[in-house]
Design a protein around this ligand. Structure first.
Ligand code: NMX
Ligand code: MLT
Length: 470
């Protein structure tokens, strides 16, 4: 297995490894480190984190984290804390922090292809897995490792080819990911009786290969549906984000930068979102990373979750079709009310946790202001920022009227030539392999158990509440 090879090749250790006691403390730049091997760094970190969890459980296992209300049980568990997820944490007002770092902080400290450029997603992967900001050398080593794992067996493409070309891109993508499962190292190791203490090692192997291979599978889906069906080979000179753009058929430098930013910001959004939670739940049954991630993708394919990025561009284009590009505020308001009155949601607005504008929206807006300020659809997106929130607020029931990540991504892609909205959720899916794959390694390293919450019936709730009131 590649991880065993890399361990024997790269035995060198960091002289001093800071302990992982809290995220702020363990974030550090390691530009002077000679250890370029992610696996050996993890191997060193894992025992500390296992001890940390053991201590937390022993000393504070009975501390209450809040009350569970009937509203929470029937309201999609909103606001109920119930999951351990190490790689990121979402604040309702501030938005996402990856191992304690906000998006602007990541843009500042994570290595870029060129100074001042967008962060390289490999750097974020390193950060999510280790809690440490990698040096450019570490990121380059990881880029090269991912490229070396990017070979996808032929039967994966054949499995996709068995579907009609008109099948939704997410269906084709999830089918390809399921076919990748045939090579799962975890599944093989489990069949051979690997001890629980070593589960994380083949999980690491599978997760890194999954992350390396999903751009190849995803771009095949794109080229099969929208282009000539020919596979563009991985370019050994390119990083993960730029290679993904290249595999899709885009070699423009701005598009490469966009893909780096896109993949970085869509990678992880703590554990409770539908895709991450699904991946974590399925993996808790010791399903391997491919099975778990394919399940996650099927959640991402829902219109209230990842498919919203498709819905946003289609909706924006329908606005332009009906009202033209120079739409007035009054026309826009009417169109929004028409959408709402037909029983639909305004895609790209609202969130299950966030209560302010999503910082992923803000950084995409900054990208647009820098690279495409005159794009008419970008200007429409800017106008929607002023017009939609007051209307959603007027509805009186929407908890967050502000835009989320999906409100912006489509017009950026569209500007650089990736115009096929039905494909957009696949891009989100590729990005999410980084967050879900990273956490799965920690799930195994920490020995997290089978997830199995208790459910109740209406009758049992009614009788519980009657007793509680008497
Ligand atoms: N347009 C119209 N109605 C909305 C919207 C919206 N954008 N957002 C929330 N509501 C409604 C919601 O449908 C619910 O109505 P009802 O009680 O009649 O069922 C009510 O407002 C209360 O919902 P909230 O508690 O504010 O939101 P919830 O946590 O249930 O759902 C979303 C969150 C994201 C599912 C919801 O805001 C939504 O449907 N947004 C549009 C779809 C979207 O952009 N999804 C992408 C989310 C980000 N992602 O990538 O996953
Ligand atoms: C996500 O990125 O997963 C979405 O914003 C949805 C969520 O966090 O619930």
């Amino acid at each position: 297995m590649a991880f065993l090879r890399s361990v024997s090749k790269l035995r060198s250790r960091l002289g001093q490894q800071s302990s992982l006691r809290d995220s702020a403390r363990w974030l550090q730049t390691q530009t002077t480190s000679s250890d370029l091997d992610l696996y050996s760094q993890l191997k060193e970190l894992i025992p500390e984190q296992q001890e940390r969890l053991k201590k937390l459980k022993a000393e504070h296992g009975k501390v209450q984290l809040g009350n569970i209300t009937v509203d929470m049980v029937i309201g999609g568990m909103r606001g109920m804390t119930g999951l351990l997820w190490e790689t990121s944490l979402l604040d309702p007002d501030e938005g996402i922090r990856f191992r304690g770092l906000s998006i602007p902080e990541c843009q500042k400290v994570l290595p870029a292809a060129k100074p001042g450029g967008e962060p390289l997603p490999e750097g974020l992967l390193w950060l999510l897995l280790t809690g440490k900001v990698p040096s450019k050398e570490q990121v380059d080593a990881l880029s090269s490792e991912l490229r070396s794992r990017a070979k996808v067996p032929d039967y994966v493409f054949k499995a996709i080819d068995a579907l009609p070309v008109g099948a939704h891109p997410m269906t084709q993508f999830a089918t390809g990911v399921m076919a990748l499962q045939v090579k799962s190292e975890f599944s093989k190791a489990y069949d051979k009786g690997i001890p629980k203490s070593k589960y994380w090692e083949p999980t690491y192997e599978d997760s890194l290969s999954l992350i390396a291979q999903v751009p190849v599978v995803a771009s095949y889906v794109y080229r099969r549906i929208y282009k000539d069906g020919k596979i563009i080979p991985v370019d050994d000179s390119l990083d993960y984000g730029a290679n993904f753009a290249h595999l899709l058929g885009f070699d423009d430098h701005k598009m490469q930068e966009l893909m780096r930013l896109y993949v970085t910001i869509h990678s992880d959004h703590e554990g409770g979102n539908v895709s991450a939670h699904t991946g974590h739940l399925v993996a808790s049954a010791l399903s391997d990373p491919y099975l778990s991630f394919a399940a996650a993708l099927n959640g991402l394919a829902g219109p209230l979750h990842g498919l919203a990025n498709q819905e946003v561009l289609l909706w924006i284009k329908s606005v332009v079709d009906e009202c033209g590009e120079n739409i007035t505020t009054e026309q826009l308001k009417d169109y929004i009310w028409k959408t709402l009155n037909s029983g639909k949601v305004v895609p790209g607005f609202g969130h299950g946790v966030l209560r302010k504008t999503d910082p992923r929206y803000t950084c995409q807006r900054e990208f647009a202001l820098k690279h495409m300020p005159d794009d008419p659809l970008f200007q429409l997106v800017s106008k929607l920022y002023d017009v939609v929130p007051p209307i959603l607020t007027e509805l009186g029931k929407v908890k967050n009227p502000w835009p989320n990540v999906d409100a912006h991504s489509g017009v950026l892609l569209n500007h650089f030539g990736l115009t096929e909205a039905r494909y957009f959720t696949v891009l989100f899916g590729v990005s999410r392999s980084i967050g879900i794959g990273s956490q799965l390694i920690w799930d195994r390293a920490l020995g997290l158990p089978l997830e199995r919450p208790k459910s109740v019936t209406m009758e049992s709730l009614e009788s519980y509440c009657k007793k509680a009131a008497s």
